[in-house]
Design a protein around this ligand. Structure first.
Ligand SMILES: [Ca+2]
Ligand SMILES: [Ca+2]
Length: 437
C-alpha cells in the first residue's frame, strides 16, 4: 500500500543555511542542493517516480526563478504585488516577514511582531503579536523545524497527510500568542507558521500547500539533557530489556551530524544509575544485523555497533569510550587527551546483547538487536573528572551512538545529541546527564 501514500518532497542538505527570503511577493527556500521524494515512511519508492520527477521539474524551475510559489494561473491573474523585504523585528535575531498575508477566506495577517530571547533556547517562549482581519478561529500558529517546514505535501485522493513532526508545537491563533520551544531542539532555526483549516494562504510569504510563513527565529545549540533515574534494584545485564527501568519511553537517537530524526531506524536508549554502576540500554532496530568482528578491541565501529562516551566535562580530555557490537564483542579505550587514547586499557564493564534476527545473514529481514551495559563508577571516577561516590545532582557529559551499515554500503551514525561535526570525540555538544535522587 506504500505506493498509494502521499508523496512528501523535501529540500535536503539545508541545515547549514536554510532560510526564507521574500521579494516581489515570492518566497524562496535556500540554498537548494537536492530535492527528494518519498512516501510518508520516508522510503523512496518507484511508484511515485513520474510524479516526483514532475514535482522536481516544477520546483527546480520555481527556484531558478527565485521560487515564486504561485501557479502560472495565479501569476497571470494577479496584479504585481509590491516588493516585500525581510525586515527583522530585531536585526540581531528573529526575522519576521513584512507585508500582508491573504487567505482564501479573505482573512489577512497584516503585521507581525516576534519577541524572543536571543538566541532562543529550548524551554523558552516566543511571543508573537499579530494584526489580523477576518475570522481566525479556524487557524493555529506553530513552531516547526526548517526541514519540516520546507516539505511540500502532495496529496493523492483522500489519503491522510503524513503525521506531524513531533517536534512541532501548535497553539490556537490569537492577536497575541506564546509558544514554548520544546526540548531537545537541535535545528538552528524555528520557523513560525500559521495554518488554517480549509483556508490556504494565497498571497504573501507562504508555502505551496497554503501555510503562512511569519518568521524564522535562530535557536541556540543546546545539547540534550537527560535526568538519570536512580534504581533501587540493579538490572539483570542479559540484553533483555524487560526491567522496569527500560519500560519508560526512552530517548530516540537522532542523526549524529545535525540532530534530525531518523524515522527509518527509530533507535531508543535509556540510562539509569545506582551506587555501584551507571547503566545504559539500547533498542536498536535493524533489518540486516551485521558484525563480523570477533576479537576484543577490533574496529567494531566499521559495522553495527552501540557506543557510549563518558566524561566529567566537555574539555575533550579524560574520557572513556565503550563499544559493543551486535555480536557482543567489545572495544574500550581511555583517553587522557583528545583522541590520544589507550586502546590496550580494558574496562571491567558488564555487557550483553540480544539479536532478533540472523546475525550476518544478508538474505532474510532482521528485526533488530538490544544492548545492556553496566559501567562501574570506580572506573569512571579513575579516568574522568567525576568524583566518587556519585550522588544525586552530579552532572556528567556523555553521548550514545549507534552505527549502522544500511545495505552494507556507507555508514549511518545516530546520536543521543548531535556532535555537529563528523567526529564522535567532539565533546562541545555532548549531552548532559544529571543524576536524580
Ligand atoms: Ca536485562
Ligand atoms: Ca581496550
Amino acid at each position: 500500500m506504500r505506493g498509494r501514500q502521499p508523496a512528501v518532497c523535501h529540500l535536503r542538505d539545508m541545515a547549514s543555511g536554510f532560510g526564507f527570503s521574500s521579494g516581489g511577493g515570492t518566497v524562496c527556500c535556500g540554498p537548494l542542493k537536492k530535492l527528494a521524494c518519498s512516501n510518508r515512511n520516508g522510503v523512496r519508492t518507484a511508484a511515485p517516480r513520474l510524479r516526483c520527477a514532475y514535482i522536481k521539474l516544477v520546483l527546480l524551475a520555481a527556484v531558478a526563478g527565485c521560487g515564486d510559489p504561485r501557479t502560472a494561473r495565479e501569476r497571470a491573474q494577479s496584479p504585481p504585488e509590491p516588493t516585500r523585504t525581510l525586515t527583522p523585528v530585531n536585526p540581531e535575531h528573529a526575522g519576521s516577514f513584512s507585508g500582508t498575508i491573504r487567505f482564501a477566506s479573505a482573512m489577512t495577517i497584516d503585521a507581525i511582531r516576534v519577541a524572543s530571547p536571543t538566541p532562543l533556547q529550548p524551554g523558552q517562549v516566543v511571543a508573537v503579536s499579530l494584526s489580523t482581519t477576518g475570522d481566525t478561529g479556524h487557524c493555529q500558529l506553530g513552531l516547526r523545524p526548517p526541514r519540516t517546514s520546507a516539505r511540500q505535501i502532495v496529496p493523492r485522493g483522500d489519503e491522510a497527510p503524513p503525521p506531524e513532526d513531533p517536534r512541532a508545537r501548535w497553539v490556537s491563533l490569537a492577536d497575541s500568542v506564546e509558544v514554548e520551544l520544546p526540548a531537545p531542539w537541535h535545528p538552528p532555526l524555528a520557523v513560525i507558521e500559521v495554518r488554517c483549516d480549509n483556508d490556504p494562504a494565497l498571497a504573501g510569504p507562504r508555502t505551496d500547500d497554503g501555510r503562512a510563513l511569519l518568521a524564522q527565529v535562530p535557536v541556540a545549540a543546546v545539547p540534550t539533557h537527560l535526568a538519570v533515574k536512580k534504581l533501587a534494584q540493579s538490572p539483570n545485564i542479559d540484553g533483555v530489556l524487560d526491567e522496569a527501568a527500560w519500560q519508560a519511553p526512552g530517548h530516540q537517537l537522532v542523526t549524529s551530524l545535525d540532530g534530525e530524526p531518523d524515522p527509518d531506524t527509530p533507535t531508543r536508549v535509556w540510562t539509569a544509575w545506582d551506587d555501584q554502576h551507571l547503566y545504559f540500554a539500547g533498542d536498536i532496530p535493524d533489518i540486516d544485523i551485521f558484525s563480523e568482528y570477533r576479537q576484543h578491541d577490533d574496529p567494531l565501529y566499521k559495522q553495527d555497533v552501540f557506543e557510549v562516551f563518558i566524561a566529567g566535562d566537555n574539555s575533550g580530555n579524560n574520557y572513556l569510550e565503550y563499544q559493543i557490537s551486535a555480536r557482543g564483542v567489545t572495544f574500550d579505550a581511555a583517553f587522557p587527551r583528545y583522541r590520544k587514547g589507550d586502546e590496550a586499557w580494558d574496562s571491567s564493564w558488564q555487557t550483553a546483547v540480544q539479536v532478533d534476527g540472523t546475525l550476518d545473514g544478508p538474505v532474510d529481514r532482521d528485526r533488530g538487536w538490544s544492548a545492556e551495559v553496566a559501567i562501574a563508577w570506580s572506573e569512571i571516577c579513575e579516568h574522568t573528572t567525576i568524583t566518587c561516590p556519585p550522588q544525586a545532582g552530579t552532572t556528567l557529559r556523555a553521548n550514545i551512538f549507534r552505527l549502522d551499515r544500511p545495505g552494507r554500503r556507507g555508514t549511518k551514525g545516530l546520536a543521543l545529541t548531535p556532535t555537529r561535526k563528523p567526529d564522535f570525540h567532539a565533546w562541545e555538544h555532548a549531552a548532559t546527564l544529571e543524576l536524580m535522587p
